[in-house]
Ligand binder design. Structure first.
Ligand code: AMP
Ligand code: GLY
Length: 453
């Protein structure tokens, strides 16, 4: 096997993505002695703009050659891809060359997240524990299947494609499943993402997010965390991308992690290798701890958001060489240092726009970030914020009466407030105190992040 490349003394990086996850990664990378120049594809995000230089052209996977040209011109050594869409569209395939490494899997490997039917078949063929599932493209066939089951049976109906975390409908009974089938295959509410659907048995149990860094052969498993996907407290309301996360989680211990590694993570990397796919990047397994053991709910091919924001502040040591090693390929990770963790607890609270997740309102002025940042053990990551362009916003009625230059909301999830504490409760209380100092109209916050733990 060829030897993996050697890490340069100074690594020039292009970080792809513009949310809180990428701000957290940039913040951590900035602390690395190895960092050369850091570029961002999303300088509209003031958090990223403060840490990284802007890429000089708009980022588009459709015009990946422009990104490739930029990488050559700026002598980029490593491209780190945050979100799943560019990976599913093949950005890693388009950019990887002898001089540029990419942290993030190829298009074929990204199907693990982008095609849930393919992913399910891969799991099945390798006996990786996951929910039983059927696949349908035809609404009548799907309905016939549901009618053949007990009316009281619970099902989970999923769009096979990427649907921004919204393509999963958990159904209490047959009629709800029939309704979900109609929405996906007939009304086409989820567009092409639901050309094919998966109907799964509904599993029961608590959920954990497990992250493994991999160079395609070896794995480095990160501390487990827990996300809160529902919009409202007590796990009510619609599913979102995630309203808060914490780590570590009392649900995970060394024995269980060994089981997850041996029955899920390693067999998945091996199954991919058998398909001729070398997975380089972060493998995220959403796992349900069922009475019959851990089972996969889904795979994602990138760091979780907001899980990344809760993990990174607890990570001691240098993240850059680890990401480099994953991108460098088989053999590189074996030489990298282990990750050490701050033993404190971390809690990340998401501040979301009014109307999120269906219809987030943007352009609302945000106050109090600087005050919140002054509190001890607090980190604030920008997710959906932007700085006003003078003139346009100064005349808008919503921006009147606020400090000049205060950021505006520009997306659904606006800010991530992360706190460290000696207990989870302390971390949450600190994060809430900081979150309370930040104001914008209609702010949505879950105050119960980690409460069940
Ligand atoms: P996913 O995007 O596949 O992780 O699904 C989103 C959420 O739907 C998960 O976090 C679970 O809460 C729920 N979910 C997905 N699949 C199942 C399943 N088979 N049984 C029970 N809940 C599920
Ligand atoms: N927080 C869940 C995700 O990133 O998919």
């Amino acid at each position: 096997m060829p030897r993996p490349p050697i890490i340069p003394d100074r690594v020039n990086i292009l970080l792809v993505g513009g949310g809180g996850r990428e701000h957290a990664l940039a913040w951590k990378l900035k602390q690395s002695k190895r960092l050369g120049r850091l570029f961002t594809t999303h300088p509209q995000n003031p958090g990223l703009a403060a840490l990284a230089r802007p890429m000089d052209a708009p980022f588009s996977t459709k015009e990946a050659y422009r990104v490739a040209q930029f990488c050559i011109r700026e002598k980029i050594d490593l491209v780190i891809v945050g979100p799943e869409e560019p990976l599913a569209e093949g950005i890693a395939d388009a950019l990887t060359n002898p001089d540029v490494l990419v942290f993030g899997p190829t298009k074929a490997a990204a199907m693990l997240e982008a095609d849930k039917a393919w992913s399910k078949r891969l799991m099945r063929s390798s006996l990786i524990p996951t929910a039983e599932a059927r696949f349908f493209k035809d609404a009548k066939e799907a309905a016939k299947y549901i009618r053949s089951r007990e009316e009281t049976e619970s099902h989970v109906v999923k769009a096979a494609g990427l649907a921004k975390g919204k393509g999963v409908i958990v159904c209490k009974n047959g009629p709800e499943a029939l309704d979900a089938i109609r929405r996906m295959l007939i009304e086409r509410e989820f567009g092409d993402a639901a050309d094919e659907i998966i109907i799964e048995e509904r599993l029961e149990g608590p959920e954990v997010s497990v992250f493994a860094l991999t160079d395609g052969r070896d794995l480095v498993i990160l501390d487990a965390c827990q996300d809160h996907k529902r919009l409202r407290e007590n796990d009510e309301g619609p599913n979102t991308g995630g309203m808060g996360a914490f780590s570590p989680t009392p649900l995970m211990n060394a024995k269980l992690m060994n089981e997850v590694q041996g029955k899920i993570l390693v067999p998945t990397i091996d199954a991919l290798r058998r398909e001729g796919i070398e997975y380089r990047g972060l493998l995220y397994a959403g796992i349900m701890l069922t009475p019959a053991g851990p089972k996969v709910l889904e795979f994602n091919v990138r760091f979780g958001d907001p899980e990344c924001q809760t993990l990174v502040p607890r990570m001691k040591g240098d993240l850059l060489p680890l990401l480099w090693a994953c991108a460098a390929g088989p053999g590189a990770l074996a030489n990298a240092d282990d990750v050490e963790w701050d033993s404190r607890h971390s809690c990340c609270i998401v501040l979301a726009s009014p109307g999120y997740p269906e219809n987030p309102r943007v352009g609302l002025p945000i106050e109090g970030i600087a005050e919140a940042e002054k509190l001890p053990d607090i980190r604030i990551f920008h997710a959906g914020t932007t700085l006003p362009t003078l003139g346009k916003s100064e005349s808008s009625s919503e921006s009147r009466g606020r400090a000049p230059g205060a950021p505006l909301t520009s997306g659904g999830r606006v800010l991530n407030v992360v706190a460290l504490g000696s207990s989870l409760r302390e971390a949450r209380d600190k994060a809430l105190s900081a979150a309370d100092l930040i104001q914008f109209e209609g702010k949505q916050v879950r105050r119960d992040i980690g409460a069940k733990a």
